[in-house]
Design a protein around this ligand. Sequence first.
Ligand code: GLN
Length: 453
Amino acid sequence: FSSTELAQAYLQRIGNLNSQYNAFITLTEEQALAQAKAADEARAAGNAGALCGLPIAHKDLFCTQGVRTSSASKMLDNFVSPYDATIVNRLKNAGTVMLGKLNMDEFAMGSSNESSFYGPARNPWDTERVPGGSSGGSAAAVAARLTPAATGSDTGGSIRQPAALCGITGLKPTYGRVSRYGMIAFASSLDQAGPMARTAEDCAMILNAMAGFDALDSTSAERDTEDYTADLNQPLSGLKIGLPKEYFSDTLDAGIAEQVRNAVTEFEKLGATVKEVSLPNTELSIPAYYIIAPAEASSNLSRFDGVRYGYRCADPVDLEDLYKRSRGEGFGPEVKRRIMVGTYALSAGYYDAYYRKAQQIRRMIQQDFIAALNDVDVIMGPTTPHPAFKLGEKSSDPVSMYMEDIFTLSLNLAGLPGISVPCGQTQGLPVGLQIIGNYFAEAKLLNIAHQFQ
Ligand code: GLN
């Protein structure tokens, strides 16, 4: 079949099913068909690369030229980006076909998709449950087969946690491996874009197009790219796996613990050896993250002032009224909570008590990982402490929502790569195994995940 037929089939499936999942918030049918036609032509001319004609959809915080890019906020509901994010551009040049833009938590702040201005995306395994967040639309769309692949972003778990909750594969690369240019910033020292798809092999192919140095992102790593599909079939004999004792405490869901332990046994059968490691400051990662991320967010979001672009309140009486009401009306409650926490933590007099302390903890967490990864090749554990929870179950209790990130956000504080791979079910819901590697060990993580799949 042709790329055009493939794109049409997906567009039709989205048309039939999206109302159940609310995964897509913008459909780009016209662009998709034009790109599919170009892919068919490239194929006919014999110059089609591996991704040529692959349908894909982007989380709505990646700028897409001529297409609304909302970050799922009322603030940007009317914003049509004049340019493409680097990853969007790279994937376009690789011949992918953009189906549309995907739902997410507002400005990527959340773990359930419930903070979206467009209403939550729903988990295809049980539509009464959350798909996770913030890349919940990406995970739901891949799980419901509305797209074979999607992009996501991960500041504290937003690729890995929804991947786990929806039973798909999601990779957060090393900080700096993938360009952040044109990705609407949440917390710039933590944000990283990555692929979400059914398998590690699919993620590897997509990462090949996404990764690489970008002069437009000052934190982009000046390091050669590699072919992430090259080592997928490396045998795992001799692989040293570390299991952090802090990850298997009483608060971990028993069904998740069981599935993760079963997965580890499978790796032993593939020739790996397992030992216990310690990440003693794991518990501190939540308070440290929830100072650093809001602090950076409060600074990043100061650009939304109702003047240059985005939402503007009606009939402002003066400039101050314009700022106040545009921001007051344009941001949702979780975003406001973060801006207030972040502004407070950065204020004179509180900076040393909160922000500096959080940065010191960040360093300790990084050192814990470096010490553990001196002893083992990779660290494994659960991606989340619980399977997908019910819509509304945690939305009135921010701290219990924040606790869902316990296993994911320490990697962002350390800048390390991690992948979530489906590893069975509990209570009829998918379980995610998280594999954590050393800096720039993406190829190894994909190899390990591929051998397991
Ligand atoms: N759930 C975390 C938060 O709310 C992480 C979000 C993310 O990775 N974008 O900040």
